[in-house]
Design a protein around this ligand. Structure first.
Ligand code: SF4
Ligand code: SF4
Length: 704
């Protein structure tokens, strides 16, 4: 202790000795915090089960990467860098803060390992950390008050924002940094005035600057400032601790747990009810989420962990085109609900009103394409697709099916496809006069076996335009010498969209039928050109042969030299649109690009939003049949992105994307300037065995 400045522990505050006061404040603060957190956790105890305790090593890895390593924050360069700096500052300052708290009662306490040289180095680091955190707080306040980034805005339909709360918390942290630095500066200034060896403060840091400002201040004033800074630090620390669970800053406490408990297999939908098997589902009285307590405890924890940063909504295609859905507000509204109905200092307000209709609107819940962009972006790994599907399950269970989806769902039930077409016509695409003689495709049965099954799925089987993708895929398989066949009339819709729409029982019926047919066919592997079917077969089905998307197979065969391409035409500039269920949900980004890049002379450009930031075209989740309220079509936005990238051909690898993008080209008035082609179609046209090659100009004029 430097002579002349009395330690807070030995000082007297309002007739109370410091060491007593600084024992009371932490005890009260900690007890209050524990009580508040316990109250906040009450709804989690009433929530549905969730299974999140497997694979501890992977989960620890996630914590190191996404929490400690702040992996996703720099995706938004400016705000992300600030967050990384603030987080690093907090981590570094934690030891210093605890040291100060203990010194309140025990003045000579030094954290083990931080005496001598190590302590001096730590002191210098933390001087800079406090300075950087304070600077970031000032920038963050100015940003929120003056620049107001668009993603923080709260549209009226989603209620009120919490800007004052956010700014108040930033101010509190700034006060904490100031108090910490002032405390050190007073001590150093007093020491210098007393001729003590100079306290080592990091040059140009906040404590260093304050010390230099205080050098001519009287010892008496320094003493007062010193004790006041300590008290301010102590009170602000515990006030912050207890205030955070009332607002967005609660994520500081919950995010570590949220990230540890995050879903590890994002591509697999959560079951209707954990620990209830498919066979027992008949006995479940209510499906999905209807009231708040129908969410799982982890989903409730997510609501607390959302930092309201708006990144999810900023990347949500539904939000971008003015649909009533903005994922950020799914969390914020649920958290507000929890705060309102599970208050900390009052008893619980019971409310059995359904969430949809009171907290959320039906349109909001049906507007999601399940593209996964929100989850990909969220730095805290907050989940949305499962929650939305669970809310849909609840709506379906209560018979609330949107008008436009009733017909396709009935058709799926009766005919196994959403168009209501005859089962026996499912394989008719293979009977086209200009296709069948050169590439006969067999329907697999007991007498007609093959090693590979081409699973076509509904849209490619029945839609006249998409049948071209089926024929191209078959020709590629034939070119590669694959022994393949289709299920024909025995194939039903994969059920992928049905499941994401919330119709679990219908999905199970479709899945069981197809799984049975696949097993009976005796194939060893499955190939499909439809990412939705691919995702269903890979993740939603059990015990069927391994499945590949055609782009994976082509990429491998190109690599092995089994496919040779003709040169692409000069006047085409291609861009690849990542289908959500190939890219984000299955991380297949490189293979389709590798195939395109293997075509000699092919010019390829990337759209600004590509790979895991790809912009959904709007086709998933039965959206082809749903008519959402929106200002603009997602597909049109996507076409504009391709134009901005300088492309005139959009290549995709999904029939749903193809349907949307071709439609969007017409709506955007881009016919003749832009065209779309499926990867399988392009490969089929460019393979050396063919005399024709894909003619971009011809394709454009054919489309007009
Ligand atoms: S869910 Fe994640 S990305 Fe969305 S606002 Fe909350 S923290 Fe930000
Ligand atoms: S899954 Fe896609 S459409 Fe649905 S909320 Fe997330 S970003 Fe929006």
């Amino acid at each position: 202790m430097v002579e002349g400045v009395q330690s807070p522990a030995l000082a007297t505050y309002w007739l109370i000795q410091g060491r007593i006061l600084f024992l009371i404040i932490p005890c009260l603060g900690t007890a209050l915090f524990a009580y508040i957190v316990a109250r906040r956790l009450t709804p989690l105890l009433r929530a549905q089960p969730d299974f999140r305790f497997d694979h501890p090593l992977i989960r620890i890895g996630n914590v190191l990467k996404f929490w400690l390593g702040q992996w996703r924050h720099p995706r938004y360069r400016f705000a992300g860098t600030m967050h990384v700096l603030i987080f690093a500052g907090f981590i570094l300052l934690a030891t210093r803060a605890f040291t100060l708290l203990i010194q309140g009662a025990s003045p000579n306490f030094i954290m083990p390992g931080l005496s001598g040289q190590a302590g001096r180095v730590y002191g210098i680091i933390t001087d800079y950390a406090a300075t950087v955190v304070l600077f970031c707080m000032i920038v963050a306040i100015v940003r929120r008050v003056v620049f107001k980034p668009a993603r923080y805005a709260v549209p009226a339909r989603h209620g009120k924002g919490h800007p004052v709360d956010a700014i108040f918390l930033l101010v509190l942290i700034a006060i904490l940094m100031m108090a910490d630095s002032l405390f050190l500066a007073c001590k150093a200034a007093a020491g210098t005035q007393q001729g003590q060896p100079a306290e080592l403060l990091a040059m140009l840091s906040l404590p260093w600057m304050l010390k230099n400002l205080l050098l001519s201040t009287s010892l008496a004033k320094l003493q007062t400032l010193y004790l006041s800074a300590f008290l301010t630090h102590e009170l602000t620390f515990f006030f912050l601790l207890c205030y955070r669970p009332f607002g967005i800053q609660f994520h500081v406490e919950t995010s570590l747990f949220s990230i540890y408990l995050a879903k590890l297999d994002r591509e697999i939908l959560k079951p209707v009810r954990w620990s209830v098997s498919d066979e027992q589902l008949d006995q479940v009285k209510s499906f999905g989420v209807k009231t708040f307590e129908d969410f799982t405890w982890k989903h409730m924890l997510d609501f607390y962990s959302c930092a309201d940063c708006g990144r999810c909504s900023d990347n949500c295609p539904s939000n971008a085109v003015g649909r009533p859905l903005s994922p950020r507000f799914l969390s914020i509204k649920a958290r507000d609900y929890a705060f309102q109905h599970y208050p900390v200092f009052r008893s619980r307000k019971s409310n059995s009103k359904p969430l949809v209709g009171n907290v959320y609107s039906e349109d909001e819940i049906w507007s999601c394409t399940t593209c996964g962009a929100c989850e990909q972006e969220c730095p805290l790994l907050v989940e949305y697709v499962d929650k939305i599907v669970d809310l849909r399950r609840g709506l379906i269970d209560d018979g609330n099916v949107p008008q436009s989806l009733q017909k396709p769902l009935k058709a799926l039930e009766s005919r196994g496809n959403p168009y209501g077409k005859m089962e026996k016509k499912r394989g008719d695409w293979a009977k086209a006069a200009d296709f069948q003689p050169a590439c006969p495709v067999k329907s697999l049965d007991k007498t007609n076996g093959a090693s590979t099954l081409y699973f076509v799925d509904s849209i490619t089987s029945y839609d006249d335009r998409m049948q071209s993708i089926a024929r191209a895929t078959a020709r590629i398989l034939d070119h590669l010498g694959e022994k393949f066949g289709i299920l024909g009339a025995a194939e039903k819709d994969s059920g992928h969209e049905v499941r994401r729409f919330g119709e679990e029982m219908l999905f199970m019926a479709l899945r069981d039928h197809n799984a049975d047919a696949i097993k009976k066919s005796g194939v060893q592997r499955i190939v499909t050109a439809d990412p939705h079917a691919f995702n269903a077969l890979k993740h939603d089905y059990k015990d069927v042969a391994p499945v590949e998307h055609i782009s994976q197979l082509i990429a491998r065969e190109v690599q092995a030299g089994k496919i040779k391409f003709k040169a692409a035409k000069d006047d085409c500039v291609y861009t690849y649109h990542d289908p959500c269920y190939l890219g984000r949900h299955n991380q297949i980004y490189d293979e389709p690009r590798d195939v395109l890049d293997a075509i000699p002379g092919l010019k390829r450009v990337e759209m600004k939003r590509s790979r895991d930031r790809s912009f959904c075209c709007g086709g998933g989740g039965l959206m082809l049949f749903y008519e959402p309220k929106e200002d603009e079509r997602m597909g049109v936005k996507r076409v504009q992105m391709a134009v901005e990238a300088g492309a005139n051909v959009i290549v995709t690898a999904c029939p749903f994307c193809m349907a949307n993008i071709e439609d969007a080209i017409k709506v955007a008035g881009m016919e003749g300037k832009m065209t779309a082609i499926d990867l399988a179609e392009l490969v089929d046209q460019q393979i050396v065995r063919e005399s024709s090659k894909f003619d971009c100009s011809a394709a454009i004029s054919a489309a007009t």
